[in-house]
Design a protein around this ligand. Structure first.
Ligand code: 5RP
Length: 226
């Protein structure tokens, strides 16, 4: 079975996690696009109260299927955030940002009570870091941040020609050993000029639906009190 078929299967499985009348957050990427298609085909899109989107691309798709869009500033909390990942470990910590939407994704995840991650089995890893870590940086700080990242043992590569929805640049960093994702997340965010890095440990998923050739696997993490 090819990866796109697995993405469609996990997108379909996510539908049963969406309560009718819910306000949800929606991520970015091809798995999320499959989820938006499944929402429309099932008619569930008509039963949502609305959504906060993590990117212009997702906003366009949600608008096209008639889901009311809300500004993140208008909502106090979202019931559920649905998104894919580039890598996910056994603690449901992730690397995200392959599509460059990491900052808005992290914000929408932060205002959501639960994070549902949907992905195929190729994204499951023992330790984060094989996928180059995306870091969104203020354009004037790009070279400085790249130097700091090299000092920490990484090999940053500028994603040339790509501008985020926030008008910033992305550095994709290979070679970091992310043995403690939470402390790496905080450490990298402390470099002046970094807007966000793509480690989602503080905003780890609560539920993972993982598509495998044998079927959907389900992994849950207890809900924190927030
Ligand atoms: C975008 C993301 C995506 O969730 C991640 O890149 C996975 O994408 P896909 O579903 O296309 O494999 O973080 O910024």
């Amino acid at each position: 079975m090819d990866q796109n078929a697995l993405k469609r299967i996990v997108a379909q499985a996510a539908l049963s996690e969406i309560p009718d009348g819910a306000l949800i957050g929606v991520g970015t990427g091809s798995t999320v696009n499959a989820f938006i298609d499944a929402l429309a085909a099932s008619g569930k899109s008509k039963k949502l109260a609305g959504a906060v989107s993590s990117s212009r691309a997702t906003s366009e798709r949600l608008t096209a299927i008639g889901v009311p869009l809300l500004d993140a500033n208008e909502v106090e909390a979202l019931e559920l955030y649905i998104d894919g990942a580039d890598e996910i470990d056994s603690n449901l910590c992730m690397i995200k940002g392959g599509g460059g939407a990491l900052t808005r994704e992290k914000i929408v995840a932060a205002i959501s009570r639960r994070f549902l991650c949907i992905c195929d089995f190729t994204k499951r890893v023992e330790r984060l870091g094989r996928f180059p870590l995306p870091i969104e940086v203020i354009p004037m700080a790009r070279t400085y941040v790249a130097r700091e990242l090299r000092r920490l043992g990484g090999q940053p590569k500028w994603r040339e020609g790509f501008i985020t929805d926030n008008g910033n640049h992305i550095l994709d960093v290979a070679g970091l050993t992310l043995d403690d994702p939470l402390s790496w997340e905080q450490r990298l965010n402390n470099i002046p000029g970094v807007v966000t890095n793509g480690i989602f440990a503080q905003q780890a998923a609560h539920l993972l639906l993982l598509a495998t050739p044998q079927g959907i696997e389900r992994y849950e993490r207890p809900l924190p009190s927030r």
